[in-house]
Design a protein around this ligand. Structure first.
Ligand SMILES: C[S@@+](CC[C@H](N)C(=O)[O-])C[C@H]1O[C@@H](n2cnc3c(N)ncnc32)[C@H](O)[C@@H]1O
Length: 256
């Protein structure tokens, strides 16, 4: 999935919602950043986490945001324009324009599942990390990314289409093995479940449904069907039988 234009915009609204805020808090808690440190955010999107990282490392530290999307990087630069210690990098996670052993921490939120060759990108993470440093990743168990309340057949059509939106639907399941293979130690996981029953403004459920709807249309599902699905979800919400579930997993490990 490309995070440009409409999908990029909805993604940034999702990042600004409670779903994004709570993930950023979990990332910051796991990092224990010190003033003057250098941190890289892979797939920084609209830069919401960069802003928080910039405050944590202070003016003597540096924060790098890497993303493939020019659209997202433009938004990230605007968001962080009052922080002189934030730098954006346009590129891919498997070819990072940073020196060896230059980062005290590498973080990534909902990005590694979109990367075809995850192993190559983990090797890049190791190259840029200083010894004894931490990599923190949040990826979603997409099998549990579900909407409840619409007609079952229609709901299945929209949700099944969404399975094509990323390469690795269940990445957290494989991450321990992958990180161990490349020498990470003390690997731990923390589930960050969401159960949301409203679709009002600033509800992650609303933005999640909007992204799924946009993607379904891109994949050739008729806009009539997609509109019908959204209407059914709204009706279910009014009748108190709507729910959206999401199961992101925070994983961290330390490199030797
Ligand atoms: C779902 S968004 C998450 C953005 C941000 N981390 C957040 O939580 O709000 C995924 C981001 O990863 C970027 N991305 C996808 N593949 C990438 C790759 N191979 N290397 C770097 N960034 C990538 C996308 O452009 C997009 O901005």
């Amino acid at each position: 999935m490309e995070f440009q234009n409409e999908i990029g915009l909805i993604q940034r609204k999702m990042a600004a919602s409670i779903a994004g805020t709570s993930r950023r808090l979990e990332i910051l808690n796991s990092l224990d950043l010190q003033s003057g440190q250098q941190v890289l955010d892979i797939g920084c999107g609209g830069g919401h986490l960069l802003e928080e990282l910039a405050k944590a490392v202070g003016p003597n530290g540096k924060v790098y945001g890497l993303d493939t999307s020019e659209d997202q990087l433009k938004q990230a630069k605007e968001r962080c324009n009052s922080h002189d210690n934030v730098f954006t990098l346009h590129g891919l996670a498997n070819s990072i324009n940073l020196n060896d052993d230059s980062c005290d921490a590498v973080v990534s939120v909902q990005t590694f599942e979109y990367i075809k060759n995850v192993d190559e990108s983990i090797e890049e993470v190791i190259r840029v990390l200083k010894p004894e440093s931490i990599f923190v990743n949040i990826s979603i168990l997409w099998d549990y990314y579900k909407f409840y309340g619409a007609d079952e057949n229609l709901n299945n059509i929209i949700q099944d289409t969404f399975k094509k939106h990323c390469f690795h639907q269940m990445l957290p399941m494989d991450l321990t093995g992958k990180l161990k293979k490349f020498g990470f130690k003390h690997i731990k996981h923390k589930p960050l479940p969401l159960f949301i029953t409203n679709r009002d403004n600033n509800s992650p459920a609303r933005y999640a449904a909007d992204v799924m709807a946009q993607f379904a249309i891109q994949q050739g599902v008729s806009s009539d069907k997609v509109d019908e699905w959204q209407c059914q979800l709204s009706m279910a919400e009014e009748e108190g039988r709507f729910a959206y579930t999401n199961l992101p997993i925070l994983t961290y490990g330390y490199i030797n």
